[in-house]
Ligand binder design. Structure first.
Ligand SMILES: Cc1cc2nc3c(=O)[nH]c(=O)nc-3n(C[C@H](O)[C@H](O)[C@H](O)COP(=O)(O)OP(=O)(O)OC[C@H]3O[C@@H](n4cnc5c(N)ncnc54)[C@H](O)[C@@H]3O)c2cc1C
Length: 871
């Protein structure tokens, strides 16, 4: 049947508007959508029918692992009601029938060439055309080339010695015979325990006389609980289909789901158990991957979930040794794709099934008759390879794609794929990838991601046509920035810690880079939409109507900083500067109560010390002592809050973090606040506190020697001023000053004030409010308020100054670092890319701040080491 279609649809020498490579769900929807725009489209497909993944993967037990309520097209409401899925997780034959149903419904096959593998695509710059060459020797020209070639469509070849010698039957789960396989009475080996292995092993075990499973890496798998779709699961969809689909588009993984705010590391065991069990009972991956908000961020939280899955495995598998081998211990749950199964672990209780652990008993060779280990020879009638795919990039670079100036995509991607939004690549005009690397793709419900990409590409082509333009490609700067952003997203998670196919680790020689975009379907969609709305940002477009290059970067904030800002914006909170000082303080306390508490330290102690004004009473302080043996060097810390807000309690998580990381004893001082105590009360209290702490080191249990000072924002202003005051007034020696986003000057006209005036928590109007409460205009230029203006900046303690990219105070911090260095002081400047004035203090919320806080702690440590060396 397919041959005749191919002949009828043959496109020898033809010219079309768009060539689409692949007729899986991506290719099918592309064809439908682009045809609707009046474009001439040709789809080229290696198989003899539609379906892609569901055409090729016909192994027993093959099913989707996203529920069919969600793993389905939503672009046409009539299509949704015309098709009814029979089960919670449909089988491969049913999903293939669905793909065929879609092809028939929209009469798609007439524009598809089957049995046609695309071998090369070369950009002809003179003609502005892609020249396509196929396995059928057809040549085709098209203005646009779109790879819908699949993320999991190139099977990974087994790299086992002797594989070709085996004389029995050999099967690949991803290339399963169409007529099926009967293993009755046979001795069967299955190599691989990823998703395909885990789905097929129970069914093969039921037929085979003997089944031997060869496992290199045990995977986390949860029982699918398959059957008819549960009424509770169906109800929200049926009640409001459009609303449900919209919620999927705006969700993190492409399935409507309310993410939890509960942290595993700070929750009680009873709650942990309750949340885990509820997720387990759903038989769905997304709940089990979201038991806790911090599960993919912190190993201790992840370990709670992983440990409970292991308990489940041990409860099922009767032989304790086999159970231990099946328990995953070498990766955090979720960092490799977890599996859904039907009776997988129970299969190992069958007398005809055995498990071989390849870590301790590797295969020496495959032979004519079976498999040899070092200490055992096994005979088999059939070997089944369930060894996975060359994921995400395999099918793209398998085609000889040559862009402008003769550069091939394979060359460009030699060290890992480089894309803009996972959709395009600079140097390859009019070339798109559907669910390409750098997009959420395999981390999402791919139906949602496929539809989003197809819609975005078609809208992009519509804009191009409307603007009288014919070619489009990303600018190198936009593309590079997207890669930075995509890597930033992965870096704050545990994902890169695993040797997974997400990292290319399953294919020898493949560069180790994290391939999909982990920032979420919702965040990703917003970025793509922003690119379109902001005038095709980061794209160079040209044609008869001229050239338009809108170079720029769509995402510069660290991903978790962006998430916090989005969350705050959605909450529509009142601004501090719209309140009285008193109300602002109460509001800040309220916000502080809702944050994670920060890490444990050895001990915290609250006390008081005398300030600069005996009449106004003592100052509160909180001492943080490391858990390590002391005495520890001492740091006097001053909190942020614009001289108006905050206390010895307000920066608690940050002080804990600094204490733990630096091994220093921190004394956090609650200096006097404005407007009750205006300039220079805070500055004077800073000096008084350092004098008192320096004189009471032994009482506090600190190490003898000079103390260091540290502070954030206005507290960093107090710390910087204190160093100057003690230098000028004969104070104790200071080991160093750590200034996090300091206020150093009253000039509010710097570029950073203008660029970041609004939108990043500390706004220009709020800073104005702080200054107005703290100091009269005439006093603001005084060095005790603006330390940058000191007559001399010489002979000050070594400094570490942290500035944040999206902070009104950035430029004055940079200026202070430069001025201190120019005056001969030792200065370390840490510019925190993608951070805001407040983000580095958000311990356990903004994980991307961790490396910066580690540098800050190292700087503190370094201050004291230098003192020790000098002594
Ligand atoms: C066993 C399995 C289960 C899965 N379950 C889920 C799930 O539950 N949920 C989910 O979201 N995702 C799942 N996926 C991912 C799945 O791949 C996608 O959901 C989706 O089917 C991908 O559609 P696609 O059209 O983009 O790619 P594919 O379905 O892979 O189709 C690509 C097509 O391109 C063709 N092709 C490739 N290169 C060429 C070439 N050079 N010339 C011509 N043709 C070419 C291939 O033959 C193939 O037919 C699963 C994947 C596998 C392997």
């Amino acid at each position: 049947m397919a041959d005749s279609r191919a002949a009828e649809g043959g496109a020898q020498g033809a010219e079309v508007d768009v060539v689409v490579v692949g007729a899986g769900f991506s290719g099918l929807y592309l064809l439908h959508k682009l045809r609707g725009l009046g474009l001439r489209v040709r789809v080229l497909e290696a198989a003899d029918d539609v379906g892609g993944t569901w055409y090729w993967n016909r192994y027993p037990g093959a099913r989707c692992d996203i529920p069919t309520t969600d793993y389905t097209f939503s672009f046409d409401p009539d299509l949704e009601t015309a098709w009814t899925w029979s089960e919670k997780y449909a089988t491969q034959p049913e999903i293939l029938r669905y793909a065929q149903f879609v092809a028939e419904r929209y009469d798609l096959r007439r524009d598809i060439d089957f049995n046609t593998r695309v071998e090369a695509a070369h950009w002809d710059a003179a003609a502005n055309q892609w020249r396509i060459r196929t396995s059928t020797d057809a040549s085709l020209s098209a203005r646009f080339c779109i790879m819908a070639s699949g993320c999991l469509s190139v099977p990974k070849a087994p790299e086992i010695t002797g594989a070709s010698r085996f004389q029995g039957d050999v099967y690949f789960t991803s290339r399963w015979p169409h007529q099926g396989v009967d293993f009755t009475g046979q001795r069967v080996a299955v190599i691989g325990t990823g998703s395909s292995g885990i789905q097929s092993i129970p069914l093969i075990a039921e037929q085979a006389a003997q089944l031997t499973v060869f496992q290199r890496t045990p995977n986390y798998s949860i029982p699918a609980g398959n059957g008819p779709v549960a009424p509770a699961r169906r109800a929200p969809l049926e009640a409001d289909r459009a609303g449900y689909r919209q919620a999927a588009k705006l969700s993190r993984a492409g399935v409507p789901n309310e993410p939890t705010q509960i942290y595993g590391r700070y929750s009680q065991p009873a709650l942990q158990a309750e949340r885990f069990e509820a997720a387990w009972q759903t038989g769905e991956l997304i709940p089990i991957l979201g038991v806790f908000a911090d599960q993919i961020l912190f190993p201790d939280s992840n370990a709670i979930v992983a440990g409970k899955v292991r308990e489940k495995i041990r409860a099922v598998v009767q032989d304790p040794e086999t159970a231990e081998l099946l328990c995953p211990k070498d990766h955090h749950i979720g960092t490799k794709r977890p599996c859904l199964d039907t009776g997988y672990y129970q299969t190992f209780n069958r007398p005809n099934v055995r498990l071989v652990d390849l870590r301790t008993r590797p295969i020496a060779s495959i032979t004519e008759t079976g498999i040899d280990l070092a200490d055992e020879t096994m005979a088999f009638d059939a070997i089944v390879y369930a060894t996975g795919f060359d994921a995400m990039t395999g099918a793209i670079v398998a085609v000889d794609i040559t862009g402008r100036d003769g550069i091939t995509l394979k060359q460009k991607w030699a060290a890992g794929p480089i894309t803009y939004l996972g959709l395009m690549s600079a140097g390859f005009p009019n070339f798109f990838t559907i669910t390409g690397p750098g997009s959420p793709s395999v981390l999402s419900n791919m139906m949602v991601s496929i539809e989003q990409h197809v819609d975005w590409v078609s809208d992009c082509l519509v804009r191009l046509r409307a603007d009288g333009l014919t070619t489009i490609e990303p600018t190198p700067a936009a593309e590079a920035a997207w890669m930075v952003h995509s890597n930033d997203c992965a870096a704050i998670t545990l994902f890169p810690s695993a040797d997974s196919w997400y990292m290319g680790a399953n294919v020898p020689g493949k560069p180790r880079v994290f391939l999909p975009y982990v920032g979420g379907v919702d965040a990703y969609r917003r970025a793509c939409d922003d690119v379109a709305v902001r005038g095709d940002l980061g794209l160079h477009r040209s044609g008869p109507a001229g050239e338009r290059c809108n170079d720029g970067v769509v995402r510069q904030l660290q991903p978790d900083v962006g998430m916090v800002l989005d969350m705050l914006a959605a909450m529509n909170l009142p601004t501090f500067n719209s309140m009285s000082a008193e109300a602002a303080r109460a509001f800040m306390d309220q916000l502080s109560a809702a944050r994670p508490p920060g890490p444990a330290v050895g001990e915290t102690l609250d006390g008081t010390l005398p300030g600069a004004s005996p009449g106004s009473g003592p100052l509160n302080y909180r001492l943080y002592r490391p858990a390590t043996p002391g005495p520890h060097p001492v740091v006097v810390y001053f909190h942020g809050g614009g001289w108006v807000l905050g206390s010895h309690d307000s920066d608690d998580p940050l002080c804990r973090d600094l204490c733990r990381r630096s091994g220093c004893l921190i004394v956090s001082v609650d200096y006097r606040h404005a407007p009750e105590a205006r300039f220079p009360a805070a500055a004077d209290d800073g000096s008084a506190a350092v004098r008192w702490v320096s004189a009471h080191l032994a009482d506090l249990g600190g190490a003898p020697g000079p103390v260091a000072v540290a502070g954030w924002s206005a507290g960093a202003n107090v710390a910087a001023v204190t160093c100057q005051q003690l230098r000028d007034n004969g104070g104790p020696a200071i080991a160093g000053q750590l200034l996090l986003t300091p206020v150093t000057d009253c000039d509010m006209a710097t570029p950073s004030y203008q660029d970041n005036a609004e939108g990043y928590v500390l706004t220009a109007p709020l800073m104005q409010w702080f200054w107005d409460h703290y100091a009269d205009p005439a006093d603001r230029a005084h060095p005790k308020a603006s330390p940058l203006r000191a007559a001399s900046l010489a002979n000050l303690p070594p400094a570490c100054i942290v500035t944040c990219q999206f902070d009104p105070l950035r430029d004055e911090g940079v200026a202070y670092a430069k001025a201190l260095a120019a005056a001969g002081n030792r200065v370390q400047h840490i510019p925190a890319r993608g951070h805001t004035h407040t983000s580095l203090t958000m311990v356990d919320v903004v994980v991307s701040g961790e490396p910066v806080r580690a540098e800050m702690a190292a700087a503190l440590h370094g201050f004291f080491q230098r003192v020790a060396v000098a002594a």
